[in-house]
Write a protein of this length. Structure first.
Length: 114
């Protein structure tokens, strides 16, 4: 059995400059937990695999393709591969969500815009 605690997992260096921690990474899948502080956002990007997001804490705005919607704790959001997506924390509290990528991407993420 392998047990990992989020609080004991190192923050990984990332292009978004946010708190992102890989909890699980195999050839088959990847699970990352991202925390956005108030006012933080990710850069708009395209991932070459399907992605599922699960909001663990807080409220945020998720953008997938042409759609933008405010979401809250205990909500699952699906994002198909090869479509622009992004997260924004416009609230006054931290936003924490889990990112599940399956299979684990073999191509790099493409960033869109500035």
């Amino acid at each position: 059995m392998i047990i990992r605690k989020l609080s004991e997992t190192e923050i990984m260096e990332n292009a978004h400059g946010v708190d992102a921690r890989n909890l699980y990474k195999t050839d088959d899948a990847m699970i990352t937990v991202i925390t956005l502080e108030p006012g933080q956002s990710l850069k708009r990007h395209i991932t070459p695999v399907d992605v599922a997001f699960f909001v663990l804490e807080g409220n945020g705005v998720v953008e997938i393709g042409e759609e933008k919607e405010e979401v809250s704790k205990n909500t699952l959001i699906e994002s198909p591969r090869d479509i622009v997506h992004c997260w924004y924390n416009e609230s006054r509290e931290p936003l924490r969500f889990m990112v599940v990528k399956a299979p684990r991407p073999q191509r790099k993420t493409v960033f869109v815009g500035g």
